[in-house]
Design a protein around this ligand. Structure first.
Ligand SMILES: [Mg+2]
Length: 229
């Protein structure tokens, strides 16, 4: 693994959104619980945990299975629209940052490192979140409904972000909070800074575990490649 963009800068930093930059996984839990109740059921903790980092369609199929409703395409579409609308309401009440989130985006920007947002969340809802994150914070944004159904843990979201930036994914740092997201970024060949939020993460050969974004030194990201090599 190499890092050519100076000794201390990766080719790009690719940020996950939910649970990494913003503390939105708790809001997802509210919206998903509300929908389960709306349909007369309940979402189990195990199913909720398995959804973290996943895309809307897959999550809705799991939710419908949990509440005992056949997951027809029409039911999945209806559930997706209901949950997305509820999420917009919750985002409007206030989308909390994860600790160090604003500083991380500013840090990458001030060092001139290209950045991408790589999220499983659909574009319409991501646009709402970008009102908090700042549209100028990213050179490119890749959403869950823009990867041809090849959602995380498939590598395509990270590969697409690297393609759009014109960089080698092996020279990029991805920052993720979920096992699903870490698997996607690693499969794309990125070096991953893994910062758990709702679900524990295990050590691995292409990942560096941190407790918080506040512990990431953006001026010295290149050194992580040396250490992980
Ligand atoms: Mg996430």
């Amino acid at each position: 693994m190499t890092c050519d963009a100076g000794q201390n800068s990766p080719a790009a930093v690719l940020f996950d959104m939910d649970g990494t930059l913003v503390d939105s996984e708790k809001l997802w839990s509210v919206a998903l619980d509300d929908y389960a109740k709306h349909r007369g059921g309940a979402l189990t903790e195990a199913t909720r945990e398995a959804m973290v980092g996943s895309n809307m369609t897959r999550s809705m199929r799991m939710l419908l299975a949990d509440v005992g409703i056949p997951d027809s395409d029409a039911e999945v579409d209806a559930a997706s629209q209901w949950v997305a609308a509820r999420m917009v309401e919750l985002f409007e009440l206030g989308l909390p940052w994860r600790p160090g989130g604003p500083e991380a985006l500013r840090g990458a920007r001030s060092l001139g490192i290209p950045t991408a947002l790589v999220t499983s969340t659909i574009r319409s809802l991501t646009e709402k979140a970008l009102e908090t994150l700042g549209r100028d914070s990213f050179d490119v944004t890749v959403c869950g409904d823009e990867v041809g159904g090849n959602n995380k843990p498939h590598p395509e979201p990270y590969l697409k972000a690297a393609r759009l930036l014109g960089v080698d994914p092996a020279e990029c740092v991805a920052i993720e909070d979920s096992p699903t997201g870490v698997a996607s970024a690693e499969a794309a060949g990125c070096l991953v800074i893994a910062i758990p939020c709702e679900v524990p993460l295990q050590p691995g050969p292409h990942r560096v575990l941190r407790d918080s974004l506040e512990d990431v030194d953006f001026a010295a990201l290149g050194e992580l490649f040396t250490r992980a090599a």
